[in-house]
Design a protein around this ligand. Structure first.
Ligand SMILES: CC(C)(COP(=O)(O)OP(=O)(O)OC[C@H]1O[C@@H](n2cnc3c(N)ncnc32)[C@H](O)[C@@H]1OP(=O)(O)O)[C@@H](O)C(=O)NCCC(=O)NCCS
Length: 162
């Protein structure tokens, strides 16, 4: 198993992995399956070329896990980690932790002093997992995200000093 950066010519393998992850765990990601499925090659390449990186774990040529990190104009200097997912059959082997570490190293190489992530407040397992990886809760955003049933969910902001 190797961790590598996704190049734009590999957008299709990344798309296939993300769609599989979304179909397995639709509540774990901010994106919606049908919206992601409808994205074009140009959309994928544009998003890979934004100020950030997508890393994948590759086993025998197969994409088995992913994680993205991206800078946003709204929070200069503090990149955000997202889209972390590992295929179910590869979980509990430390792959997610490796994908967190590689993104943190990239953030340091870009001069960042901390990194951030957003987690749905009801995802207690994810919050615990993030705490284990050194993240602390810095803010609770009440009613920040609309669920598919029309209700509003709280989001927790977590950060780690690098
Ligand atoms: C969360 C996830 C990425 C962990 O991947 P992984 O490679 O198994 O993680 P690691 O092997 O590095 O670490 C294992 C830890 O994952 C955590 N974990 C397990 N299931 C989890 C879940 N459903 N949600 C969140 N965290 C979970 C546990 O804290 C576990 O630690 P433990 O062994 O001490 O209990 C993986 O379960 C997954 O893809 N879940 C669906 C997508 C998702 O929830 N993404 C957001 C995560 S921030």
């Amino acid at each position: 198993m190797q961790i590598q950066e996704v190049k734009k010519e590999n957008w299709k393998e990344l798309r296939n992995l993300y769609l599989t992850l979304l179909s397995n765990d639709p509540d774990a990601f901010a994106d919606n399956y049908s919206e992601i499925e409808s994205r074009t090659r140009e959309n994928w390449i544009d998003s890979l070329e934004k100020r950030g990186k997508t890393f994948v774990a590759v086993d025998d040529g197969k994409y088995i896990a992913m994680g993205r990190i991206n800078f946003y104009e709204e929070i200069p200097g503090v990149p955000v980690l997202h889209k972390l997912g590992v295929l179910p059959e590869y979980r509990n082997r430390g792959i997610a932790r490796k994908l967190i570490e590689v993104r943190e190293r990239w953030a340091i190489s870009e001069g960042a002093q901390k990194v951030r992530l957003y987690v749905m407040a009801e995802k207690t397992k994810t919050i615990e997992f993030s705490k284990k990886n050194g993240y602390i809760i810095v803010e609770n955003l009440k009613g920040d995200v609309e669920r598919s049933n029309g209700t509003w969910a709280d989001v927790v902001v977590m950060e780690k000093v690098l």
